[in-house]
Design a protein around this ligand. Structure first.
Ligand code: SF4
Length: 382
């Protein structure tokens, strides 16, 4: 008799799990709900511990299914409460996940791919090349591991309140797995997070932004980094295909599908002498104001300024504190809600742009970058 591979239940959202119970196990669909509560509310992976599940069903599950999160290579706390995990995805690839507590909220930064195929010039994930998309289990597994570690109690005592798909990879290039995992994050039988507390960050894949608006109800962040095509194409090559005007139109359509009053966050990494001049700040302010005017309410656009975190071999430098403050002030004076992202987890290399994964590169980009710079690479996120 040939062994049928076991289904990892973390790969299935509520709908998929109900179908698995009905079609594969010959059970009532609602039985799936019991199992979801054990997995996501109690962090139980052993069917034997699911005390309210009948013996016969437990035996079927043991034969046909498993609950297998990624393996934890190590985890590290930071003095400021930030926590980092290195998670093995298979025998040769690993990614990092970071939890960042802040006043009244706790945000987990989650990856969607091993490496990234896009080539944003200021991003160290890009220098590591690309291996593959993460499965749904590997994406939701990052949340599961952090939630278990934090002693998170869904619907009761939550330490993990927000998820940002902002780690390694372009989430919209792994659309189905990301949407399925985000549905588990928001499902009451999953992690029960409010829709607006789950944020997807994209480099600007216009058609997929439209699809996301039709198929999921989550917050959107856009890695903008420049207010015009000449500069943005230099920093984010994807801009050649989807220029700023088209991207902003897609954002208008996206917000149009969501509840009135919600906003899109535009991420802007500040690099010395590249995109931090007062003239660029004024141009960005105009673009953001035009966007809010199109939506017909203030603060439809929010700007998140991220001081660049240098990595070995990069040609960019972090903007000076004076330039950062001046850039923010110009935007605020123009009526654009603008925050500067504080650096967290410095002592454990968990700040934005300092995450290290292990990518078996299939694109040769890692080798080319190392050859040019004769240094090891690190990863940086959106
Ligand atoms: S910024 Fe995001 S999309 Fe661009 S290369 Fe890095 S991970 Fe990929």
């Amino acid at each position: 008799m040939t062994d049928v591979p076991k289904t990892n239940l973390l790969d299935l959202d509520r709908d998929g799990l109900e179908r698995f119970f009905a079609e594969e196990l010959g059970e009532k669909r609602f039985r799936a709900h019991q199992i979801m509560k054990w997995i996501y509310h109690q962090h139980v992976t052993d069917f034997g511990q699911m005390t309210d599940v009948g013996k016969a069903l437990r035996a079927k599950l043991e034969a046909r299914a498993e609950i297998r999160p990624p393996s934890v290579h190590f985890d590290k706390p930071s003095a400021d409460g930030t926590h980092k995990w290195l998670l093995g995805m298979d025998q040769s690839n690993a990614i990092e996940t970071v939890f960042i507590p802040d006043k009244g909220r706790g945000t987990l930064c989650v990856s969607s791919q091993v490496g990234c195929g896009l080539n944003c010039q200021f991003c160290s994930t890009a220098t590591q090349g690309f291996n593959r998309n993460l499965s749904t289990a590997e994406i939701i597994g990052q949340v599961w591991i952090a939630s278990k570690h934090l002693g998170n109690k869904t619907h009761q005592q939550r330490k993990l309140t927000n998820v940002v798909m902002m780690g390694m990879g372009e989430p919209l290039l792994n659309f189905d797995n990301v949407v399925r995992a985000m549905s588990l994050m928001r499902d009451d039988l999953g992690f029960g997070l409010a829709n607006k507390r789950v944020t997807l960050s994209t480099a600007g894949l216009v058609p997929m932004i439209d699809r996301l608006g039709d198929e999921a109800d989550v917050s959107l962040a856009v890695s903008l980094h420049a207010p015009n095509d000449a500069l943005r194409t230099e920093l984010v090559p994807l801009n050649k295909k989807y220029p700023v005007a088209e991207l902003m139109e897609a954002c208008v359509r996206y917000l149009g599908k969501r509840k009135k009053g919600e906003s899109i966050t535009f991420e802007y990494t500040l690099m010395k002498g590249v995109n931090d001049s007062p003239a660029t700040a004024r141009e960005l302010a105009r673009l953001m104001r035009q966007f809010s005017n199109r939506m017909q309410y203030a603060d439809a656009a929010k700007v998140n300024l991220i001081p660049f975190n240098p990595f070995p071999g990069t040609r960019f430098e972090r903007s000076g504190e004076t330039e950062i403050r001046a850039f923010q002030k110009l935007l605020l004076d123009a009526g654009v809600l603008t925050m500067v992202r504080r650096t967290r987890g410095d002592d454990i290399d968990a700040a934005c742009g300092q995450l290290k994964g292990q990518v078996m590169d299939k694109t040769r980009r890692q080798a080319t970058f190392k050859l040019k710079n004769t240094i090891p690479s690190t990863t940086q996120t959106h």
